[in-house]
Ligand binder design. Structure first.
Ligand SMILES: Nc1ncnc2c1ncn2[C@@H]1O[C@H](COP(=O)(O)OP(=O)(O)OP(=O)(O)O)[C@@H](O)[C@H]1O
Ligand SMILES: [Mg+2]
Length: 253
């Protein structure tokens, strides 16, 4: 891939949490490029900094050191409001592990929310929400509230909400954490299809090697650092990913 296909350039990002008298280095000099149309899976031990990384990339958290470039431009101003909100609205779709749906809003209202915040016309919003509901298979559930849905259905709403604005970058934390194998695969196929259609770039945190096989590349995290990388080749991926993941889980690296 060409250098000018880089959507996000992450350079030497360090994030230190300071508690009473001690410091935790959640991220230590993390650097990588996210290319246009690329799906990166992030795997790693618990507490290795995966969620911290996604939060930094979504400008929900500010790094202590390092820089982020978007399409080759330095973007450190995104870490201050109101820039952070604008940056997220224009560039990022965020899928939270815990879904973070608004419980008093219906399925269609939850999905429409980012478009409403962007100030789009009602007619346009209705059209987009209709086609998103079709895509995620929830047309019959549009008037339901999150509490009336299964975990898998709530996850679909969260995905619909993250993708409704067709963001160039999608960040997902434990995308399919509580879903069964078939639902996971169904959702991943949908996601990859959308990514292909819109040429989006995606970063997906997962502990599931099956999820990682959908990626172009897997980055392995341990102790705030990228300790290994695997480029998916299509055959034997799951075995290769699993053996690398095991090594890291056993802290043999
Ligand atoms: N708000 C915070 N204040 C202090 N320390 C934090 C905070 N958030 C995270 N940490 C610490 O930073 C490190 C990285 O945390 P992070 O949540 O990014 O890990 P993770 O890889 O997402 O883990 P998991 O797989 O368990 O979700 C951990 O040691 C954690 O305790
Ligand atoms: Mg996490």
């Amino acid at each position: 891939m060409e250098v000018n296909d880089v959507v996000l350039a992450v350079r030497d990002i360090t994030r230190v949490y300071k508690g009473d008298g001690h410091e935790v280095y959640a991220l230590k000099n993390v650097s990588f490029d996210l290319y246009k149309g690329e799906l990166i899976a992030i795997m790693g031990t618990s507490g290795s900094g995966k969620s911290t990384l996604l939060n930094v990339l979504a400008a929900l958290d500010e790094p202590d050191k390092g820089k982020i470039q978007l399409y080759g431009q330095n973007k450190m101003e995104i870490f201050k409001e109101p820039n952070a909100t604008f940056y997220r609205r224009e560039n990022i779709g965020f899928i939270f592990q815990s879904f973070n749906l608004l419980k008093d809003l219906t399925v269609e209202e939850n999905i429409a929310l980012p478009l409403i915040l962007k100030g789009e016309e009602k007619l346009q919003i209705d059209e987009k929400v209709d086609s998103m509901l079709k895509l995620i298979g929830l047309t019959g559930w549009r008037k339901h509230r999150p509490v009336q849905l299964s975990g898998g259905q709530q996850q679909r709403v969260a995905i619909g909400r993250a993708l409704i604005t067709s963001p160039p970058i999608v960040l997902a934390d434990e995308l399919t954490g509580n879903l069964d194998y078939n639902t996971t695969n169904e959702i991943l196929h949908e996601l990859v299809e959308m990514k292909r259609n819109l040429n989006q770039s995606m970063l997906v945190v997962t502990h599931d090697p099956n999820v990682a096989t959908f990626a172009d590349r897997v980055l392995f995290f341990h102790d705030g650092q990228i300790v290994d990388e695997y480029k998916c080749i299509g055959t034997k991926d799951i075995d290769n990913i699993l053996s690398k993941f095991r090594l890291i889980m056993e802290k043999r690296i």
